[in-house]
Structure formats: C-alpha cells, structure tokens
Design a protein around this ligand. Structure first.
Ligand SMILES: *Cc1c(COP(=O)(O)O)cnc(C)c1O
Length: 489
C-alpha cells in the first residue's frame, strides 16, 4: 500500500516513510491510496483475538511494508496489561442500546494513549527501515494531554529523544505534575513563560530555523513531530471501532451485520475520521455523530457546508475540544471532494479562514455524519444525570458526546456507542462541581481526586494515584525566545 498527499502532487511513499515524514511536501496530509476490506473471513479471525492481536491484524493491512511479526510484538507491548490494566478498549453498557467505548485505561488516562503507545514503536522501526542514522528528536508543544501521552509513549524508545514544551500557567495542576515527574532516560520537559501559542510558535520557529537544524544534524539529530496529523497516530485508532463492534457482537448485544452509530467527542477530527475509515473498510455503521462543545465550528460545517473559523474562541471544561482548526477534516475532504478541490479549500482556509463545499459534497458527508454540540450547562447537567441514572462517572469530553448520543437514541431508537476519551479523574474538579459537590481542596494538588473517589465510591486510576509519591524532575521556566538553547541541554 502506498501513501499520497491529500493535495495535488506526485509524492508516493511507503507507510514507514509517511510515518517518518509526518506531513507531505505540499502541506497535505498522507492518506492510503486505497482502503483494504474487512472481509467475512477477517471478521471471523478477529472474533477470537484479544485487542493486541486485532490491532496487529488490522494495522498490517495498512502498514504493508512492516513485518507482521514485528507489528504483533509491538502491539503486544503497547496494549498489554502492563500499559492498559483491565483491557485496552472495553465497551461497557450503560442502558438499553447505549454503550461507552472506554479509551482511557492507558498510562495517562486519556485516549491519546491509544495511538501514542504504539506510534513511537512504529517510528522507531520506520527509522531502521529507512536506514536513518540520526537520532530522531521529537518536539511537542502541548496544552496538556498530548504532551504527557507522548512522553509516556516515547520514553526509552530506541533511536528517539523527546522534548515537550508547555505554557507554565496554561495547563492544569495535575497535568503539570504528570509532566514534571516524567521518568525515562530520553525525555525532557520545559515550561515556557507564556501561553500555548507562544510554545507552539516557538516549536514552529525551531522547525524552520535552517542554521539550528544544521547544528542539530551535526550533533547527530533530526527533528520530527508527534502531532495528530501523522498517519502513525491515525492508523491505530481504526482498530478500536472494529474491536468494539466485535465485542458487542460476541456479547450478543448486536447481530452480525447490524448497523450501529458511533458518537465521538471531537476536536481535531482524528478520532472520528479513524472511525470513518473503519466504515469504508466495511464496518456496519449507521451514523457518525460528531459532538462538539461550545466551539461548534464542526456542527455548523456538517449542517451547512460552510467552514468558517472567523468566530469567537471559548475555553470550556472539555479543553481538548477547544479547537477552531480541525486539521484531520482535510482527510475527509480528500475522500469526498478529491485532491484538486481539497488543495483549493485548504488554500482558501489559510487565506480567508473560510471555505464552502458544494451541495453534492455536503450531501455525501451528511449521508453518514451528523453534528451536534453541548454547551457548558448541558455538559455539567449530563455528568450529573448520567451519574444519577447509571452510577457511571463520566468526564466532560465524554459528557459532551453522551448528551448527543442520548438525543440520537431518543430520536431514532438506534443503538449507539459513545466514545469515552478521558478518565473523569483527569478533570476531577469540574466533575465534582458538576455533581453538585464543592471541593474543599484540603489535600493539595490531588485533593479533587480523593474527594471524587470518596463521593462516588470509584477508585482513582493507578497512574494518577501514583503521582503522590513521585519526585519532580523538571523545574523552572524559560522565555519562548530561549527555547532553541534548551535543545542542547
Ligand atoms: C484529543 C482529545 C479529544 C479530541 O480528539 P480528536 O481526535 O482531536 O478529535 C477528545 N477528548 C479528549 C479527552 C482528548 O484528549
């Protein structure tokens, strides 16, 4: 299988090359040149496998240049009990025809782990397969979840070094503690005086600084990024849609071939797009519900065909969905509009912040997608109502989607799986408040976690509980202008 750019151009790469490279020369994203099929015999084989085996089987259809036994080994390590206690992606039933696909049982308690536990292994192999002699130096600017998940995923991976920059006052206290106590020989974390944009712009400047790159190369390094447009982060996410369907089938919840809906809390459109690829492979899906918070640019797009980022930006209690440019939407445009028009739309977006697709293209998107958004009051109300009705404690991102899923189920009577992207303990203070409980904050940074656990009778996930005794390795903050110097620390 070959990989091509979503925009025009003749670049054609193997999957290892696409994963190493990240983004196409013409600014487009890499997509597979065809989509493999989920055949009946493949489905039969997947039924008898555990998650890691399913992942290797499905990934091998897309990463045809990788050795299949190597993929099996990587998946076993990535998704085994060591990283995901209690299973990598369990589907739990909340009510008749209503399910949660839980993707937060990894080492950082957010769904980013599903990709970032395997992607570093894929990159490490890609470096060997392409005979890269230099050490890959990964730079990440983060507003929270991605940074920690990348640190955990890349720690002690051969041939790789990682440095994460975060805004010193722009992440939660727990996220800060998660990053500053990070273990591993090849990791580094640096706080920046400034906001997320300062960190992100600083990283962009480093990537485009020719002299600095030459110095790094001379020192034996080549810069790479780990952001969500890399194919190596997208491909692993296809797996859990198929795995969840099979789990529902083997549990007797659905008949084979029965169509079900997936409702996905969406930011960069990566998660839900991976679901779309599973659907294009042949997974029986009736609908993808694209759920947004108050930043409802995707709801508007799916309803009207107009993508317009010229609007107010809101900070919400589901910060991983506070996004005005959903980069992976470009991949959907490629499938619906083709390369010429995708390039045109993306140019228009860069120049004016707006583009509009044709009626036919919109109709094709609406044939499988619908959009809906939940505001802050709705999110809090959903957390409380879900707890009262089912005893399930859900995080704000999941609540945004679950509210849309319930409305869909009520309207259509269809079965729907809501993708649950974070542990409620990652957002314990907001969850407590939504449940109507005022936090006393008497026990330091982790106080809301203890309080949520006592109030709901649910356990604090081990990776968060263990933060208590960890020593802080990375302290201090530098100005954004000094970021390049820290690369040589
Ligand atoms: C990243 C993230 C999302 C959004 O996923 P996309 O792939 O960017 O659409 C949703 N919820 C949580 C908790 C996340 O960390």
């Amino acid at each position: 299988m070959k990989y091509i750019s979503t925009r025009k151009g003749i670049e054609t790469l193997s999957s290892a090359q696409a994963i190493k490279k990240g983004i196409a020369d013409n600014g487009g994203l890499f997509v597979p040149d065809h989509i493999p099929l989920l055949t009946d015999s493949l489905f039969d084989r997947l039924v008898d496998m555990d998650y890691a085996e399913r992942a290797a089987e499905i990934l091998s259809l897309f990463l045809t240049d990788y050795d299949k036994n190597a993929l099996k080994e990587d998946c076993r390590r990535a998704y085994g009990e060591g990283a995901f206690t209690g299973g990598a992606a369990p589907t739990v039933k909340l009510g008749e025809g209503k399910y949660l696909l839980e993707l937060f049982h990894g080492p950082t308690c957010a769904f980013k782990d599903m990709a970032l536990q395997i992607m570093p292994r894929l990159l490490s192999r890609a470096l060997k397969m392409t005979k890269e002699k230099k050490t890959a130096y990964i730079l990440v600017a983060t507003s929270g979840d991605t940074g920690k998940a990348a640190l955990e995923g890349y720690r002690d991976v051969e041939g790789v070094k990682i440095k994460v920059f975060y805004p010193v006052n722009g992440v939660s206290a727990i996220q800060k503690l998660q990053m500053s106590t990070q273990e591993g020989r090849n990791v580094s974390v640096q706080a920046i005086n400034g906001n997320f944009d300062d960190a992100q712009n600083g990283v962009k400047r480093i990537f485009s600084d020719k002299e600095l790159n030459a110095r790094l190369r001379a020192a034996g390094y080549t810069l790479t990024s780990a952001n969500s447009i890399n194919w190596g982060r997208l491909a692993p996410q296809i797996v859990y849609y198929i795995s969840s369907y099979i789990d529902l089938y083997t549990a007797g919840e659905i008949k084979r071939g029965e169509k079900i809906a997936f409702c996905v809390p969406t930011g960069n459109f990566g998660n839900i797009f991976a679901g779309y690829l599973a659907y294009r492979m042949g997974l029986p899906v009736s609908r993808f519900i694209c759920a947004s918070n108050k930043n409802n640019i995707l709801t508007d797009f799916i309803n009207t065909g107009v993508y317009d980022r010229n609007r107010e930006f809101y900070q919400t209690m589901s910060p991983s969905m506070d996004i005005l440019i959903s980069s992976n939407l470009e991949r959907l445009l490629y499938f619906v509009s083709g390369r010429e028009k995708t390039a045109e739309y993306m140019n228009r977006l860069a120049e004016t912040g707006r583009y509009e697709i044709s009626k036919e293209e919109l109709a094709e998107i609406q044939s499988i997608f619908e959009g809906g958004f939940t505001d802050e009051e709705g999110t809090a109300a959903e957390i409380k109502a879900t707890y009262k009705e089912t005893c399930a404690v859900i995080d704000p991102h999941t609540a945004v989607a679950y509210r849309q899923a319930e409305q869909y189920a009520y309207r259509t009577g269809g079965k729907v799986v809501t993708v649950s992207t974070a542990s409620p303990y990652k957002f314990a203070a907001d969850v407590l408040k939504s449940l109507g409980k005022k936090a006393d904050n008497k026990r330091g940074v982790l106080s809301p976690l203890y309080e949520l656990s006592e109030y709901t009778g649910t356990p604090i996930p081990a990776p968060l509980a263990s933060l208590e005794g960890k020593s802080v390795r990375f302290t201090g903050a530098v100005n954004a202008a000094d970021m390049p110097d820290t690369l040589f620390d």
